[in-house]
Design a protein around this ligand. Sequence first.
Ligand SMILES: C[S@@+](CC[C@H](N)C(=O)[O-])C[C@H]1O[C@@H](n2cnc3c(N)ncnc32)[C@H](O)[C@@H]1O
Length: 198
Amino acid sequence: MPDFSSRDPLAPAFWDERFDKQFTPWDRGGAPAELRDFVAQAPRPLTALAPGCGSAWELALMLDAGWDATAIDFSASAVARAKTLAGKWADRIVQADFFEYTPPRPLDLVYEQAFLCALPRARWPEVARRWEQLLRSGGLLAGYFYFDNAPKGPPFGIARERLDELLTPGFDCIVDEAVSDSIPVFAGKERWMVWRRK
Ligand SMILES: C[S@@+](CC[C@H](N)C(=O)[O-])C[C@H]1O[C@@H](n2cnc3c(N)ncnc32)[C@H](O)[C@@H]1O
């Protein structure tokens, strides 16, 4: 592992340094299987946001399917990498802080992948409230949730009871499935979930 000077995952510098040193063990290197099925089976193109997008592999999948998708990240280095990978879709990647970003159009879907687990546990209630604010009634929070109780992170795993506590005030869980193509960092500890905004 390289040496890092930034130890605070709440600071963009923490993530810049890891992207700059190409230390990104959370990066799946492509769009995962359950998301591919979900996009293929969507009854209509959705307006979607991918917060904390990193390399934003999922963005092209959504845009190629006709979705109106945007990926955001507060790390300049992540955004630079994502724009390089996105090719013709580069302008759909925006450097922005999730807690301050306001989408230009109402969202049908927020995509979660290694964003909640990137943030210290004390920040999770704010994430859940922001997801609630971003989604209209019936809108979906879909993605990958990492379950673990190791005290140190990132990744900071969650307990199922804690996830329910955070999300059930605003969401109903409508899908909860095993993941078929986890990368080592998440293997055996993640679930593909879809939560519908009440
Ligand atoms: C573990 S990485 C996951 C990246 C990507 N979702 C993936 O699965 O490959 C977490 C990402 O969240 C970003 N991030 C953390 N806090 C953020 C915030 N407040 N607003 C926007 N992005 C944030 C980081 O810069 C980093 O790229």
